[in-house]
Design a protein around this ligand. Structure first.
Ligand code: ARG
Length: 433
């Protein structure tokens, strides 16, 4: 078997995906020492610094203080929303029915941008701070390997074997500044969501403590009056909020703020990771939850039942590919071709009621809606000819009825039946005679 892991002991230049946190800060020094390399750093702005965008300047300063050759901060917010989040909304992308892929779909974008920097700077290896146990390593590595098979990928966390205490010692030894407040959770944030892991959250039998949430108010403390919002979708993409046309990033930001205020989108999930581990994940996904719920409702309204049923299968497959790090797989393009055709008619308004942690669709309107009140109404004015049922139902149920009867006859021959209700009916008939 080929040796697994880094192929060389020395690189001229390494690009590190840098968050400014303890792991990747130690990594700058470690890569410089271990591979006698110049280190370049890259921080992707996916809107994670909701509160304070000046944090990106601090990250850059920290990188330079640790001796990096060049630092890149790249604003990817718009690209992230248009090319990654909107497709997620169109695919109603909720992994295992609950997680809107907020961290997952950011990864291929970051990986592709890293490759661009590496090409520009003639860098031979890219390092990142993922462990060997999660999904993010798969998402980064598969994307980078597909786009640039010649660039090496380094995962220091797998190599260096340091726990958190050792990392703190290492940081002290190398004069790496450590943030004062002790961060007990591992957090990933962007415009679409906040993922939280570690510490007490690793015990699924324990309710997550309030301090693991930092965006949303607890539903108990949310306002006592509901708030109604109106979202306008055009071909499956949200473009207006409460009749205001907004740029894609601002729309998500504004929905985020409204959702946080009402305690929307706290998710407590036992998740199946791509590598097979089960893990407990906490998410705060206010905007994502509202948008996917609203989109799904409108889509269902404009599609036939056959489209709806098949779309569910396609959505699930798309979601699994995105979650499992196979964004580059040609199957995603093929599924997206279908998803986009369906979304051509997902245009209209959805009204959502936000109240103490719940977001529920209360009404929808679309020029493409398939609902016809003249047919559906229970009023006597209905144009639906109910007499047609006499012909339709025997044909509709033909095979199922025969199948049921044959199965019961066969069972009575073998002397056993597992259909208790049928037994009852037979007994009842015998009694009457
Ligand atoms: N389980 C999620 C995913 O695989 C989130 C991982 C987020 N990472 C973190 N450091 N909390 O997409």
């Amino acid at each position: 078997m080929n040796q697994l892991g880094p192929k060389k002991n020395k690189y001229n230049k390494i690009l590190l995906m840098y968050s400014g946190g303890l792991d990747t800060s130690c990594m700058i020094k470690w890569l410089q020492d271990k591979y006698s390399s110049e280190v370049y750093t890259f921080t992707a702005d996916l809107g994670q610094e909701f509160v304070d965008p000046s944090r990106f300047e601090e990250i850059e300063e920290k990188a330079y203080n640790l001796g990096v050759k060049k630092h890149y901060t790249i604003d990817l917010k718009e690209k992230f929303v248009c090319d990654y989040l909107f497709p997620t909304i169109k695919a109603n992308g909720l992994y295992q029915g609950i997680y809107p892929l907020s961290t997952a779909v950011g990864r291929p974008l970051i990986a592709i941008e890293a490759i661009k920097i590496a090409r520009q700077e003639k860098i031979e290896a890219i390092a990142h701070g993922c462990t060997g146990k999660g999904n993010d390593q798969i998402r980064f590595n598969v994307t980078m390997r597909a786009y640039a098979p010649n660039i090496e990928i380094l995962q220091p966390i797998i190599e260096w074997n340091m726990g958190r205490d050792e990392e703190i010692k290492y940081a002290q030894l190398h004069e790496i500044p450590i943030q004062k407040q002790n961060k007990k959770y591992s957090v990933d944030e962007n415009l679409f969501g906040r993922s939280v892991e570690c510490d007490v959250l690793e015990y699924p039998e324990i309710e997550p403590p309030e301090d693991c949430y930092s965006w949303t108010v607890s539903p108990e403390n949310a306002p006592d009056n509901p708030e109604y919002i109106q979202i306008h979708f055009e071909k499956g993409m949200p473009i207006q909020l409460n009749d205001k046309s907004l740029n894609c990033v601002d729309l998500i930001r504004e929905l985020h703020n409204i959702g946080c205020k009402h305690g929307i989108g706290r998710v407590n999930h036992m998740e199946d990771r791509a590598i097979g581990l089960k893990s407990r994940e906490i998410y705060e996904i206010p905007a994502a939850l509202i948008l996917i719920k609203a989109h799904k409702d409108l889509e269902k309204f404009v599609c036939t039942k056959h489209e709806n049923s098949f779309k569910t299968i396609v959505d699930q497959r798309w979601t699994e590919l995105a979650y499992e790090g196979l964004w580059v797989d040609p199957l995603r393009d093929a599924l997206e071709a279908f998803i986009n055709v369906i979304n051509e008619k997902v245009t209209g308004e959805v009204k959502v009621k936000l109240f103490k942690g719940s977001a529920s669709v209360v009404s929808r309107e679309s020029p493409y809606g398939l609902y016809d009140i003249n047919l559906a109404t229970y009023d006597t004015k209905s144009t639906f000819n109910q007499k047609l049922s006499y012909g339709f139902i025997p044909i509709w149920g033909l095979q199922s009825e025969i199948g049921f009867q044959v199965r019961n006859t066969a069972k009575s021959i073998t002397g056993s039946t597992n259909n208790d209700q049928m037994e009852e009916v037979i007994k009842y008939e015998t009694k009457k005679e």
